[in-house]
Design a protein around this ligand. Structure first.
Ligand code: HEM
Length: 386
């Protein structure tokens, strides 16, 4: 609903959208401050239950208690407790050790594409599958279950990231959540019998007086939701931005070391996660407005990253810029745990794509389809020829 974010940053930086009944915050400084403001709660599950059709709310209530255990949905003190155990799996050494695995998956996917001809849908054939397979290996799901894992992930994305919530998306998500709960429990049991050095192996041995078995299972589920669609969109957005800014693409070809900068600029310019909701816990004044307890406050990362008060020439995509401070991975206590993994996936997948298919260009005969959703931005389909 906001075609002109610059207008809102200037004139209505803290804005109540009457139709949606929600607040939107547009300036960098305000968004960054509210990410760490204890007057706002991250517990947004009730919003999803209320938005689901009445006919499926009872189904949803069956799994809602699990979803409420996501670190993402918790405030203090539970948030720190849950995040502390999740962090164990994201230690940088463990994430770096995945590089070889990511490279192998990238090559396998491009082998499949090459076998089929000279066309590739970078989003569907590559960006969609790569993070899902990496995540599946990282967790320790057996390779033969990749199809199931993809389906679960799709069902979570369909429920949490697509508006409006329908009876069908709710039913599919509930079914997948229940399946995944049983499946993860079984694998945790298996790891206790036969320890292995993967994320599930690590979770299986977390002290149960610190976190419950249900909390462990729930947060394994969170990773499928958090770790799939955004990396896919980072890959798609970056390829799209490079192809539509040929002079930048040339720069990168001449100097492959610019890839890291290209990814950071892509994240700033076109963040995969554009809006983050919070719920006001009390009435308070902010930016000259009165926010009331229970109201939804949407933090616009997309707008903050283009704020001229914070970034020079923010509407220009420039891979040499090195823009520190973009809010694309969030900020404050809930800041993204998977940022290093996501950057590594994007770096390896783009390097591999550009090395193996250096002449990629947009496929003029097929249409680009953008993900239709206010909180996630990226191409669902990005057809290229090579
Ligand atoms: C949280 C963005 C990739 C796991 C977040 C948040 C953002 C974000 C904006 C903050 C949510 C909030 O404040 O409510 C992204 C982007 C990614 C990405 C843009 C890719 C380009 C990943 C990956 C994983 C992951 C690959 C894991 C495999 C998480 C988790 C949280 C989180 C667990 C919750 C942290 C907490 O609540 O303490 N992410 N993410 N993310 N992300 Fe990511």
């Amino acid at each position: 609903p906001f075609p002109d974010l610059a207008y809102f940053r200037e004139k209505r930086p803290v804005f109540f959208h009457k139709g949606l009944g929600q607040w939107f915050v547009f300036r960098y400084e305000d968004v960054a401050a509210l990410f760490s403001d204890p007057r706002l709660s991250a517990d947004r599950m009730k919003g999803f239950v209320d938005a689901a059709p009445a006919s499926v709310r009872d189904d949803l209530r069956l799994v809602a208690p699990y979803l409420e255990m996501f670190a993402l949905m918790n405030d203090e003190p539970d948030h720190s407790r849950l995040r502390k155990f999740l962090r164990l799996g994201f230690n940088p050494q463990k994430i770096r050790a995945l590089r070889g695995d990511i490279q192998r998956i990238a090559d396998e996917l491009l082998d499949r594409v090459e076998e089929r001809g000279r066309r590739v849908d970078v989003s569907e054939d590559y960006g969609f599958l790569l993070p899902a397979y990496v995540l599946s290996d990282f967790m320790g799901f057996p390779e033969e279950d990749r199809g199931r894992v993809l389906q679960w992930s799709l069902d979570f994305i369909g429920f949490f990231n697509v508006v409006p919530i329908t009876a069908e998306t709710t039913r599919s998500m509930v079914e997948s959540a229940r399946e995944m709960i049983f499946y993860t429990r079984e694998l945790l049991e298996e790891r206790r019998r036969e320890p292995r050095d993967d994320f599930l192996g690590l979770l299986a041995n977390v002290k149960t007086d610190e976190v419950s078995e249900d909390e462990i299972v729930a947060n394994a589920m969170l990773l499928l939701l958090a770790g799939h669609v955004a990396p896919r969109n980072l890959i798609g957005n970056t390829v799209y931005l490079l192809l539509t800014h040929p002079e930048q693409f040339e720069l990168l070809r001449d100097e492959p070391g610019l890839l890291r900068g290209a990814l950071e600029e892509s994240l700033r310019y076109e963040p995969p996660v554009t809006l983050i909701p919070r719920i006001a816990l009390e009435d308070f004044e902010f930016g000259g407005e009165r926010i009331r307890a229970g109201q939804i406050v949407q933090l616009s990362i997309a707008s903050a990253n283009r704020d001229e008060r914070r970034f020079t020439d923010p509407d220009r995509f420039d891979i040499t810029k090195k823009p520190g401070g973009a809010l694309s991975f969030g900020h404050g206590p809930h800041g993204c745990l998977g940022a290093l993994l996501a950057m590594q996936e994007a770096e390896i997948s783009l390097q591999t794509l550009l090395r193996r298919m250096p002449d990629i260009r947009l496929d003029e005969e097929r249409e680009i389809v953008w993900y239709r959703n206010a909180a996630n931005r990226g191409p669902e389909s990005l057809p290229l020829v090579f």
